[in-house]
Design a protein around this ligand. Structure first.
Ligand code: GLS
Length: 840
């Protein structure tokens, strides 16, 4: 038998459950076994990482029975499955989360403690798999957690980048990028499955031939290159359930059969070189969030993981003996933005060229299978591939796209006769200038469902970016407001608050977040408020300790912790936050005895390495911090901190410590935001615009418990239409002028008037994101925040109500909506039985 096939004579292998018990004693024994037998170390020479690995393997062993039983159940029952295709999965560390899901966090902590080791240090040791940029990648991770928790048959498909999002260092106030070598010490959570590898073709040309079987003309793609995709599987255990689904990430390798000619002719070097070229494909995550870069390698990554995943689904069907014309009954594929939109053409190609389907049958399956989520309105994020590049790498896909387009344009002609502008606007090919393939249009045409990620965003899609598609296919559109998992972002990251909440209302809220409403009954309980306040204070003290250690800055945990943590982008307006800080600073300089509510301004976030303005904003925050933190006039009343290397691990430390969450993007720009939800769940109040999910958060928590400021989306449109002039605001607002002048005159750059020139002149001459227009409203609102914070007891009431009313923003709610409206996938309970592998 071939080494990658199941053997024919199946032996009886019974795996006893005795080595995966959950008691403290069993955990201790397993931990020590793993240190010895897997890490090959004894205590004297074991490193912190060895101990981490021993614990990780101990936990992984305890997932396996659930994982294999889940897989076996799904295979046996041929269940309908969600395939979530995403170029990014920002998972965050696995260990703590798996301990929570298994319900053995305390036992593991005790076991490790009894062995004389520091449990928290072992958790801290895990290198996080940073295979995403920000919200979009983290959303995919939250959705995997919720699907597993809700027992939804599901699989996440993505790319196993060798280097994830870069680590950020700050040098002289500037961002400095360091490669993220997350796999350096091994990854105990994944299992490589080389026996399930598939091949992906790239480049070359197409030719027609006569298919003898059907006596039809068919197309054959003769590639220039073939790359092998190797799947690596990671179990995703749901919270306190037996379901453990799979995250399957593809890694590129040289196809063995390839370039044999070179090898045989003695050109060993060229044959080996090919290996390096192939492996480049999955080397590194592109570090841009919401900005498109038309790089060939990136298109290569997209077709690579999409083709691997679709072929994998076909193999799964084949193994289960399900005919391919039932593909859409077996799989509901969700496209996480347009990064996997090439799936439309690839599924068509696989069905027609490799499995002899006719066009209409293949098209019907494709449309019924695929659904598309849009995640941004920013025009610079829209993916559009130049035809030259596209046709060179994917000649067959381009032919298929042309054919889809010609049929699609015919449909529009019938429905809107004579409307040529509409044809041009909607075509899959942008004909203006260098011709391009429009990936969002491809996704819309090839999918049966299209959704935005917050109510406002979905409306704007219909009115603006996808308006023509909405007019053509209104029935395809819906909204699915984002959510986040309370397991990671409350239970794991905020154990103290979790304990307090559970002591009052039981632990049902962890799976049914709406239950948090029961907390409202305790808002008038002074004792409860005192405990709530004390917990927030203690967590702030911990963050203060961290800040002291990381940045050398002393901050007062009694001060208002005002936090903006997210990717750095002009539309998110971190620099509006800075203008407020400078305004407070100016007030102090003008009158050192001015009455100011003490605040600590905390920033965190990475800038795309090629995004100069975002990097300049980081430099500005650090420069303002240097001046403000060291000016004796300030008397420590305001402090500014930029915390470097914001990632999931770090985010978990930050959300629970906030008093105020900054959600201050220009209305109409942030599709949803998810950090806004994580802060609020942990009892932070929000200052925000009517943008993205802020609108719905405010609806839920109540207008009186939310600090609202700024222009609305219609006002933004109107202001821009009438001709926006930032100078008008600058000239008529003394505080605004003083703040900008202090930057421009070198007040934060030792007199250098050049350093921040690009930023200042962008604000004064362009100000696309209307900072100057929103400035006064923001500062007034912040003054209101400062007043409110002075009444601590009242603030605590608001904090409790914010948590209590966040039920809607559990990703469980989002997933239920996707299941009901788009995927039509039902939960399948997994019964744990004595596991017998094969035969028996
Ligand atoms: C994003 C949006 O910018 C966020 O508002 C949104 O919350 C997130 C998930 O839907 O998707 N789109 C994107 O390209 N990156 C994001 O974070």
């Amino acid at each position: 038998t071939a080494p990658n096939q199941p053997i024919e004579c199946v032996p009886t292998i019974v795996v006893e459950d005795d080595r995966t018990g959950l008691s403290v004693e069993t955990l201790k024994r397993a931990f020590q076994d793993n240190l010895f037998y897997i890490q090959g170390k004894f205590a004297k020479i074991a490193t912190q990482n060895d101990y981490y690995m021993a614990l990780a393997y101990t936990v992984r062993d305890r997932l396996l029975r659930r994982w294999l039983t889940t897989a076996e159940t799904y295979t046996h029952q041929g269940v309908r499955t969600v395939a979530y295709l995403s170029a990014e999965f920002l998972m965050g560390p696995h260990l703590g989360n798996n301990l929570i899901s298994l319900g053995i966090y305390d036992e593991a902590k005790q076991a490790i403690g009894e062995l004389g080791l520091d449990f928290d240090a072992l958790l801290e040791q895990e290198e996080e798999p940073g295979l995403g940029n920000g919200g979009l990648g983290r959303l995919a991770a939250c959705y995997l957690d919720s699907m597993a928790t809700l027992d939804i048959p599901s699989i996440g498909y993505g790319i196993r980048y060798e280097f994830g999002i870069f680590d950020q260092d700050i040098r002289d106030g500037w961002q400095f990028e360091i490669t993220d070598k997350w796999l350096r010490y091994g990854n105990p959570w994944e299992i490589a499955r080389p026996e399930w590898s598939v091949e992906v073709k790239l480049g070359g040309h197409t030719e027609t031939y006569m298919d003898e079987m059907t006596s039809r003309q068919r197309v054959r793609w003769v590639p220039a290159e073939v790359v092998m995709g190797i799947p690596y599987d990671t179990p995703i255990l749901g919270y306190k359930t037996n379901t453990a689904t799979t995250l399957r990430l593809w890694s590129a390798a040289a196809a063995e059969s390839f370039d044999f000619a070179a090898f045989n002719s003695g050109d060993y070097f060229r044959a080996v070189l090919q290996k390096t070229v192939s492996e480049t494909l999955t080397k590194v995550l592109y570090p841009n969030d919401e900005s498109f870069q038309g790089k060939k390698l990136r298109l290569g990554q997209q077709i690579f993981f999409v083709s691997c995943s679709l072929q994998d689904m076909i193999l799964i069907l084949t193994r289960q003996g399900i005919p391919l014309d039932q593909f859409h009954e077996k799989f509901a594929i969700q496209l996480n933005d347009t990064h996997p939109a090439i799936a439309v053409a690839e599924l068509m190609r696989l069905l027609m060229d490799e499995h002899a389907f006719e066009w209409d049958a293949a098209w019907s399956i494709t449309q019924k299978t695929l659904a598309y989520t849009n995640h941004t309105l920013l025009p610079e994020a829209l993916e559009r591939w130049g035809l030259g590049l596209f046709g060179t790498l994917l000649p067959r896909h381009l032919e298929i796209i042309y054919e889809i387009n010609s049929r699609f344009l015919e449909e529009i002609r019938l429905k809107f006769p004579g409307d040529n502008d509409r044809l041009n606007r909607m075509s899959l090919i942008d004909e203006a200038g260098e011709r391009h393939v429009r990936m969002a249009h491809l996704a819309c045409v090839g999918s049966h469902a299209i959704n935005g990620v917050a109510a406002l965003h979905s409306e704007l899609l219909k009115q603006d970016v996808l308006r023509d598609f909405y007019e053509l296919y209104p029935e395809k559109f819906s909204n699915k407001t984002n959510g986040v998992t309370p397991r990671r972002f409350m239970v794991l990251s905020n154990p103290r608050l979790t304990k307090l909440i559970t002591s009052k209302i039981g632990d049902g809220w962890i799976k049914h977040l709406d239950d948090l409403r029961k907390l409202e009954a305790f808002v008038e309980d002074a004792d409860f408020r005192q405990q709530w306040r004390q917990i927030k204070f203690d967590i702030k003290q911990d963050l203060a300790d961290y800040i002291k250690q990381a940045n050398g800055i002393d901050v007062d945990p009694a001060s208002l912790f005002d936090i903006q943590a997210k990717r750095i982008h002009e539309y998110k307006r971190q620099h509006l936050d800075v203008l407020h800080i400078i305004t407070l600073y100016n007030r102090i300089k003008a009158n050192p005895d001015v009455d100011i509510t003490p605040r600590t301004f905390i920033f965190g976030g990475k800038a795309a390495p090629g995004y100069y303005m975002a990097k300049l904003i980081i430099k500005l925050v650090n420069s303002v911090a240097d001046v403000v933190n060291n000016d004796p006039d300030v008397r420590d009343r305001i402090k500014v901190v930029f915390l470097k290397d914001y990632n999931v691990k770090f985010a978990q430390r930050v959300y629970p410590a906030a008093d105020l969450s900054e959600q201050i993007s220009l209305a109409g720009k942030e599709a949803s935001g998810t950090g806004n939800m994580k802060f609020s769940m942990n009892g932070s109040l929000t200052i925000g615009t009517l943008d993205g999910a802020n609108v719905e958060i405010r609806e839920e928590v109540g207008a009186e418990n939310f600090f609202l400021f700024g222009l609305t989306t219609p006002e933004v449109y109107a202001l821009k239409a009438q001709g926006y002039n930032p100078w008008q605001y600058y000239n008529s607002n003394p505080e605004l002028k003083a703040a900008i002048d202090r930057i421009a005159s070198g007040g934060f750059s030792n007199g250098d008037t050049n350093l921040f020139n690009a930023l200042v002149s962008t604000l004064l001459y362009k100000d696309d994101y209307l900072l100057l227009a929103d400035y006064q409203s923001y500062v007034d609102c912040q003054d209101g925040v400062s007043r409110a914070y002075r009444d601590q007891d009242h603030w605590t009431r608001l904090s409790i109500l914010n948590s209590a009313r966040m039920g809607k923003f559990s990703s469980d709610r989002s997933i239920r909506e996707y299941c009901k409206d788009i995927w039509h996938v039902k939960p399948v309970a997994i019964e744990l039985k004595e596991y017998v592998q094969a035969g028996a």
